[in-house]
Write a protein that binds this ligand. Structure first.
Ligand code: 5GP
Length: 114
């Protein structure tokens, strides 16, 4: 089954792209939770963080390198930011195509609400 993010990557659904290379894309979240809210998405879909294997190590590392580059480009590196991967129901995952949220541009408060 095609994921929502595959349809965005393929151009079927429009998105505000900020980055693309041969392995990952990044675009702005449609419902931003912070002044900067980007989604860094591997082109090859992995459903959840729980499906990651050793074969994905380089790809996941690359996602972090891209996140740092984009944080610098967005001007939020010095103040700091948050990288989030939600997994399955308790993690609040909505789109089952692994992705890294890059959030920043204001103090983000506690890591989780209790
Ligand atoms: P998750 O909860 O799976 O970690 O995050 C999914 C994210 O995708 C949510 O923050 C949601 O706002 C975002 N999202 C859902 N549909 C779309 C869409 O059609 N376009 C974009 N740009 N973001 C979307």
């Amino acid at each position: 089954m095609t994921t929502l993010f595959e349809r965005i990557i393929g151009g079927e659904i429009p998105a505000n792209f900020v980055y693309r290379d041969e392995r990952v894309v990044a675009f702005r979240d449609i419902h931003p939770r912070a002044p900067v809210h980007l989604l860094i998405v591997p082109i090859r879909p992995i459903p959840t963080a729980d499906d990651v294997t050793e074969a994905d190590e380089a790809l996941l590392g690359h996602m972090f390198v891209v996140a740092a580059q984009l944080a610098r480009r967005e001007g939020i590196s010095a103040d700091g930011y948050r990288l989030i991967v939600n997994c399955n129901q308790h993690g609040g995952q909505e789109v089952f195509h692994l992705h890294l949220h890059l959030l920043g541009g204001k103090p983000l408060g506690p890591m989780v609400s209790v």
